[in-house]
Design a protein around this ligand. Structure first.
Ligand code: ZN
Length: 314
């Protein structure tokens, strides 16, 4: 990418899906893509254009996931494990239908990540207003993540020869253990991960560079993020950065048990600007995905990052 970047936003109203039908009670902020678009329209005075993605195909999923795991996604017990449900939903027609709908929506949001990555490679900047399922492994899902959209996009774009070296910059509260495991032995994918030491997953995988912050060290967050990213980019020059922009370190995140880091909106704004600006200053395209974030207020964290992307392309 040379010259001024141009931003592509990727979204579909179906991102705002209802999960309660399977008994999932996690306070996902599924309307945050729409909230971000509404706020952008209000602040910038015009409706915001976005691209609608296509869902990932079965052969796309096979770039990362095993056939056996994909088959198991038909079973309620698999979703019980992914969402940590107390009991598996009963297998009946309503459950089958709900699973099919859920999976098709996840495939659509994951297709959004692929779409955003393509757009970023072409125009410099893109954001998928959802997805970021970094806890999904090749052979199982966990931490509310079933399909690893980021890993699939990386493998597919590389197979198409559109990029070779990719860096994942993951600032979600939780370590992106799925990506760390999937790319552990891949020298062309660098995983940089800054996360809460105390938060899930208890057993962390090994990223290319982990910055694990204890709650006592949270005042050092920005300093350690900056040092880590500079170190990562000194040792690895990517063709594309996937920015896994989790909003769950935010102090207004409402997920039970996530009361860690508790960064302010201003701190998160500074975090996200640093990541975006550092990549753009090096002419590295950035594809942002939302990842974790729970409750009615986290959309503001994503809005600030997307608004910054809007501003830097002007
Ligand atoms: Zn998270």
């Amino acid at each position: 990418m040379k010259g001024k970047p141009k931003l592509a936003l990727v979204y579909d109203p179906r991102y705002n899906s209802d999960l309660s039908v399977l008994g999932i009670k996690v306070p996902f902020a599924l309307d945050r893509g729409q909230r971000v678009l509404d706020e952008l329209a209000a602040k910038n005075g015009t409706p915001v254009r976005y691209c609608r993605p296509k869902p990932l195909t079965k052969s796309d999923l096979l770039f990362v996931h095993t056939e056996q795991y994909l088959k198991s996604l038909k079973l309620p017990a698999t979703w019980q494990a992914i969402f940590g449900l107390a009991k598996a939903p009963e297998m009946n027609d309503a459950t089958r239908k709900a699973i099919r709908k859920l999976l098709s929506e996840i495939r659509l949001k994951s297709g959004g990540t692929l779409h955003a990555a393509r757009a970023a490679l072409k125009c410099g900047l893109a954001a998928n207003l959802g997805a970021g399922y970094h806890h999904a492994f090749a052979d199982h899902g966990e931490g509310y993540c079933s399909i690893n959209d980021i890993a699939i996009a990386i493998r597919k774009l590389r197979a198409e020869g559109l990029c070779r070296k990719v860096m994942i910059v993951d600032v979600d509260l939780h370590q992106g253990n799925g990506n760390a495991a999937i790319f552990r032995d891949d020298p062309d994918v660098f995983t940089f991960d800054i996360h809460s030491q105390e938060a899930y997953p208890q057993k962390k995988e090994k990223s290319s560079l982990d910055v694990s912050i204890t709650n006592e060290e949270r005042h050092l967050y920005q300093e350690r993020l900056e040092a880590g990213l500079i170190q990562a980019l000194a040792s690895f020059t990517p063709d594309l950065v996937f920015f896994v922009q989790g909003s769950d370190p935010y102090l207004k995140d409402t997920a039970v048990g996530f009361y860690l880091l508790r960064l302010t909106l201003e701190q998160l704004k500074k975090r996200d600007r640093f990541v975006i600006d550092t990549c753009l200053n090096r002419d590295i395209p950035v594809a942002l995905v939302f990842a974790g974030g729970y409750g009615p207020d986290v959309w503001r964290v994503h809005y600030n990052a997307v608004q910054h992307m809007v501003d830097v392309q002007k």
